[in-house]
Write a new protein. Structure first.
Length: 84
C-alpha cells in the first residue's frame, strides 16, 4: 500500500491519458505538447474539439435527412484538483 497523500490517483492518470490520446489522435497535437500543456489549456482544446465534432455530426445528420437525431454532447470537465 502506497502513501495516499503523494502523487496522483490511478483514476486521474487514466483520465489524463485518455485526454492526451484524444487530443493527439483527433486534434493532431504532439504527445509532448499535450503532456506538458497546463490543465486549463488541455480542457480548452478538448472542449473546442468536442464542439467541432458535434457540429460535424449535426451537419452530417442534416445532410442525411436525420436532423431529429438526439444530441450526444457531453459536458467536459477537467480532472478534479484539490486547490486547498
Amino acid at each position: 500500500m502506497g502513501y495516499p497523500f503523494f502523487g496522483l490517483t490511478a483514476e486521474y492518470s487514466i483520465q489524463l491519458h485518455e485526454l492526451i490520446f484524444d487530443l493527439c489522435h483527433y486534434g493532431e497535437f504532439g504527445y509532448d505538447a499535450v503532456y506538458t500543456m497546463p490543465v486549463q489549456y488541455r480542457t480548452f482544446y478538448i472542449k473546442k474539439l468536442l464542439n467541432i465534432k458535434e457540429k460535424e455530426r449535426e451537419r452530417h445528420a442534416k445532410e442525411m435527412g436525420q436532423m431529429d437525431a438526439p444530441s450526444s454532447s457531453k459536458v467536459v470537465r477537467g480532472p478534479p484538483i484539490n486547490r486547498s
